[in-house]
Design a protein around this ligand. Structure first.
Ligand code: SF4
Length: 421
């Protein structure tokens, strides 16, 4: 006899960095169903049917204890294990940090390349940032730079830019949205926002356009009248909106600036916020953080003092964002074992490598050829409870166990491996 359906309220969604916590999800005999709130991405992720999955050694099914023992043997005999992927929750990341420290490993999240465009600016010149809640309740001008926020966070406009309710009398219709980029205004126009201004330019041109905006705000005259397809008159219109704003926000995702030295674009965005603060209130808001990226960086910071790309090879935490970049290390033939953690998406596969590999992955993830050990793990917030840090890095949200499948958490598996060393 099958058990009756169970309806879970106030469910936090772990499938992008916003971690919306207003979903209703029903568990029935045929799986999970998102009944209220959510978005297309949440529905397909929560409702994904897990294929049968077993721990494996060299592609052959084995009991859990055997897989753990083999993983411990490989890690124990490696001189420089690389802990990558790191798509897990707070507890899983804490366990990975402890194992890396004990085994002299290197720790780096798969999204670090994008995150470091932000970290370099934060570390070198600092910045003034806002939170999702502040933007939702106070912003009257939202400048979205180079980023397709709808693709990244399908509910960003619904929940943050144009929510049904907000505090302090800032209603959605009063909000002006400026988009700096090509084709990005579509999402803004679809939502309940007021004026929408578009400066159409390529991601590589955003830095120059924002640089000109900063120059005009300071009163400089310029000979050129067009910058990356954007006219000086259009930029002056945005300058006026910035001057008139009571609480302006500059929004970007570092992943949108995927070109060499893109940290200089982030530097311009952070600089625009600084320039405006003496005369009005402005802040930045950075997006992304899917696959536990913000969580991994936060846990690494409070455990080691550094935001990822940390090596314990010497016994102490050593920070070097260039040397401890696992993607670079794999290309250069450094390290002698890859441990890959992917508990959310089956598409979050390890990079190609000749190194022996251990994968802790969600069922459905196809371990690449040559994977020595595969251990299926649960998804935090679906198969077990957990915590995730939201993309604005200010809150950790509790995740419920919706009981989709009886799978161990990453923390469980990593702790078992450490105990077997
Ligand atoms: S916007 Fe992100 S966190 Fe919110 S429901 Fe969709 S996938 Fe989940």
């Amino acid at each position: 006899m099958s058990s009756p359906p169970v309806l879970f309220h106030d469910v936090a969604c772990p499938f992008c960095g916003m971690i919306c916590d207003d979903l209703e999800v029903e568990r029935a005999a045929d799986g999970l169903k998102v009944r209220r709130s959510g978005c297309g991405r949440a529905a397909s992720a929560f409702e994904r049917k897990l294929p049968p999955s077993s721990p494996m050694i060299a592609g052959k099914d084995v009991p859990f204890a055997e897989a753990v023992a083999e993983a411990a043997r490989l890690i124990g005999s490696a001189s420089q294990p690389l802990y990558g992927g790191l798509a897990t929750d707070v507890e899983g990341m804490r366990a990975v940090m402890a194992l890396a420290e004990r085994t002299g490993g290197v720790v780096d999240h798969a999204a670090s390349g994008a995150q470091y465009r932000n970290f370099k600016v934060l570390q070198s010149v600092g910045w003034t940032m806002s939170t999702l809640t502040e933007v939702r309740n106070r912003a009257d001008l939202v400048i979205i730079a180079g980023t397709d926020v709808q693709a990244l966070h399908p509910r960003f406009f619904e929940r943050i830019v144009a929510p049904a309710e907000s505090m302090f009398g800032v209603t959605p219709k009063d909000r002006t949205v400026v988009v700096i980029g090509e084709g990005l205004e579509k999402a803004a126009k679809a939502a309940r926002v007021g004026k929408v201004v578009s400066l159409a330019c390529k991601p590589t041109e955003v830095g120059e356009v924002v640089g000109v905006l900063r120059a005009r705000l300071r009163g400089f005259s310029l000979d050129k009248v067009k910058f990356g397809g954007v006219t000086l008159a259009e930029i002056d219109t945005v300058a006026e909106l910035c001057r008139a704003a009571q609480y302006g926000v500059v929004v970007w995702a570092p992943a949108a600036f995927d070109f060499p030295h893109a940290e200089l674009t982030v530097d311009q965005l952070a600089g625009l916020v600084k320039d405006l603060n003496p005369t009005t209130r402005f802040a930045g808001l950075t997006l992304g953080g899917a696959e536990g990226a913000t969580t991994a960086a936060s846990v690494a910071t409070w455990q080691s003092g550094y935001p990822l790309r940390v090596s314990y090879a010497s016994g102490a935490a050593e920070f070097d964002p260039a040397r401890n970049d696992i993607a670079r290390m794999l290309k250069a033939g450094e390290g002698d074992l890859l441990v890959w953690v992917a508990s959310y998406s089956p598409d979050f596969v390890p990079p190609r490598t000749d190194l022996p590999t251990i994968v802790l992955g969600t069922p459905g993830l196809k371990p690449p050829k040559g994977t020595q050990v595969f251990v299926p793990v649960g998804t935090p917030g679906v198969d077990h409870a957990g915590r995730l840090i939201r993309v604005d890095s200010v809150v950790s949200l509790p995740l419920k166990n919706l009981g989709r499948a009886a799978l161990p958490s990453v923390a469980d598996v990593v702790s078992a491996i450490e105990a077997a060393l």
